[in-house]
Design a binder for this molecule. Sequence first.
Ligand SMILES: Nc1ncnc2c1ncn2[C@@H]1O[C@H](COP(=O)(O)OP(=O)(O)OP(=O)(O)O)[C@@H](O)[C@H]1O
Length: 339
Amino acid sequence: MARNVYGLDLGTYEIKIYDKKTDEIRREKDVIAMKDKRYIFSAGDEAYEMYEKAPDNIQVVFPMKNGVIAHFDDMQYLLESLLKKEHQFARSEYLVAVPTDVTEVEKRAFYDLVFHSAAKAKSVKIVERGIADAVGFGADIWKEKGMMIANFGGGTTEISVLSNGGMVLNRLIKIGGEHFDLAVLNQVRHHRDFLIGRLTAERLRREFGVFDQATDASLTVSGRDLVHGVPQEKSISIGLVRAAMKEPLEECVEAIRSMFDRTPPDVRRGIEDNGIYLTGGLANLRGLSTYLKESTGLAVTVASNPELCAVRGLKKIILNKEFKKLMYSMLDEDYRWLR
Ligand SMILES: Nc1ncnc2c1ncn2[C@@H]1O[C@H](COP(=O)(O)OP(=O)(O)OP(=O)(O)O)[C@@H](O)[C@H]1O
């Protein structure tokens, strides 16, 4: 008998784990800190705390890149160290949310990560992340004729069109929170000759958001003056931060529009009625829903705690037999049903 069942949403920014036994959702930053490029120094939130503050011999590494596993061994270590905090995680069953628009090799890596880890999984099942999101949102996925889910995450934006419990269209764009942060960082460097860290850039975009009436706000942040090479504090205006986010935002809107245009007419009608459902942590960005509404002409609804929507869906799928057919094993012969 399996000891426990876990739901895993392995994000570029944060890992979310649902534990059936305790009925809890845990989240931890998807980061490890290495010492002298050889030893693991710390993992998860503790490692993230060291980002941009660590001494030279400590390297802070993000094992996921653009929604897929970039450093397999580091990711495996991180997952194991998170699961070890649980009791008796060996011989458990796992349900993993995986982006749809990735290669088979990338998809397989999610499976191998769990199956061949010290977790000694009893079984590993996969569910498309867009579907987990829809279930987490509370949609009646079997009956809905047309739904569009846009998951704005830390490293990617995944757009899914669903109908009657199946995926009709899906696209993973390599634009997420970290790209917005880099855009802000570069904008501040070019226009103010001032170098800020990525975490400061994240703070600026979280503070200002992308859309509301405010035009004269500013925030004083620390960085390095590039003309004199000294640490300084400077006031950064809302206009500069929002100008930086314009380009990545427009790319996301363009992807939503083109997917909507490619959607079959019957499914489209459903989307016109329901609007777009926003999930993923970046959906918390102030003004994003208004911006998308204005630029696409569709209604927009943001999930509550949108970053947890997919893992909430995993929980429902694990607990509820009616969702059983949404999961599949990569060992099943028909696992390529989406292609
Ligand atoms: N209140 C907020 N305002 C703005 N951005 C936010 C807020 N809360 C979280 N975020 C952003 O959400 C992103 C993380 O979202 P999420 O946890 O869904 O990503 P992920 O699942 O790890 O990444 P991905 O889905 O791309 O693999 C980060 O970039 C973070 O800055």
